[in-house]
Design a protein around this ligand. Structure first.
Ligand code: RRO
Length: 304
């Protein structure tokens, strides 16, 4: 039988707490629809979308490490107009679509939010102010006052739930989280990747064309878990835990730290999309074994 894994997240109803993270398979409307219809997928998030198309960085854009990935994609995306057309032709989503977006100024953030949120397929927005290696973006996410300004402007324009994806590349993460919550954000995604570098010893130069990249995968998990734990202590709005989840126990740890849902990224590159099933089964069996009837009952339980 198993336990019902359904969760309510900032007004969204998720079949399971497992979400496709931004940047993973997330630019084709049809593919997103297909993933959203998989039984164990709670919600899907798009790659971050901007007002105008952006090429991203030349190859190499990814380095594979024994304990994760370092990426420096450089925000490649087709821009809002193209993406909304993709959604027009994609069909209906089987679970909520969270549209990730960014902008280089508060005004651009608000305008992009308004355009994306107008599409009926979009259930919620995720403001990306935390890409660690694209200048003009990473600077916003480490300044509580700028994040607050962006959030309140977006909330004035948009009636749908707004999440803010936070950067781990600052000791101010809790201040940024609090500022976002006080400005009206409906939830937080913690965290984006950690700013990192990979060097080729033979060529004596950085591997990635963008030099710096974002570290994801297992190496990120304890950092992300700490961020979720700290934010949960100080901020009331729900948290999507994100960073290096690769087993159902990782999912459980994020929920115990305070996450109401958990996003999967790098693990999909390693195990494929059916990892949602593996993790949902593991989570359900864990809850049953513990005599717990819902995911909500264990959110933040490690803080007792
Ligand atoms: O596209 C990227 O290079 C990228 C983005 Br927008 C982000 O938010 N985080 C990341 O690790 N890579």
């Amino acid at each position: 039988m198993g336990v019902d894994l359904g969760v309510e997240l900032a007004g969204l109803n998720l079949r399971t707490p497992l979400i496709l993270a931004s940047g993973i398979l997330g630019l084709s409307g049809r593919l997103l629809v297909e993933i959203s219809r998989i039984e164990d997928v709670g919600a899907v998030t798009t790659k971050s979308i901007g007002l105008k198309p952006r090429d991203g960085y030349p190859n190499p854009t990814i380095a594979v490490l024994p304990y994760g990935f370092i990426n420096s994609m450089g925000l490649p995306n087709p821009g809002v107009d193209f993406f909304l057309k993709e959604l027009d032709e994609a069909g209906s989503f089987g679970s909520p679509l969270i549209a990730s977006f960014y902008g280089y100024s508060i005004e651009e953030i608000a305008e992009t939010a308004r355009i994306i949120a107008s599409h009926p397929s979009v259930s919620a927005l995720e403001l990306n102010v935390s890409c660690p290696h694209v200048s003009g973006i990473s600077e916003i996410g480490v300044k509580p006052e700028l994040v607050a300004e962006a959030v309140s402007k977006v909330k004035k324009e948009v009636g749908k739930p707004l999440f803010v994806k936070l950067s781990p590349n600052t000791h101010l993460i809790v201040d940024v989280a609090r500022a976002a919550a006080e400005a009206g954000a409906d939830g937080l995604t913690a965290v984006n990747t950690v700013k990192a570098i990979a060097i080729d010893a033979e060529l004596c130069k950085p591997i990635l064309s963008g030099v710096y990249g974002g570290l994801s995968g297992p190496a990120l998990k304890p950092i992300a878990l700490r961020c979720v734990y700290e934010i949960y202590e100080e901020v009331e709005i729900p948290i999507i835990g994100c960073g290096g989840v690769s087993s159902y126990l990782d999912v459980v740890e994020f929920i115990l730290a305070g996450a109401s849902a958990v996003a999967l990224g790098s693990v999909i590159a390693l195990k494929g999309i059916m990892v949602f099933r593996e993790l949902a089964r593991g989570l359900s069996e864990y809850l049953e074994r513990k005599g717990v009837r819902s995911v909500e009952e264990i959110v933040g339980l490690s803080h007792r």
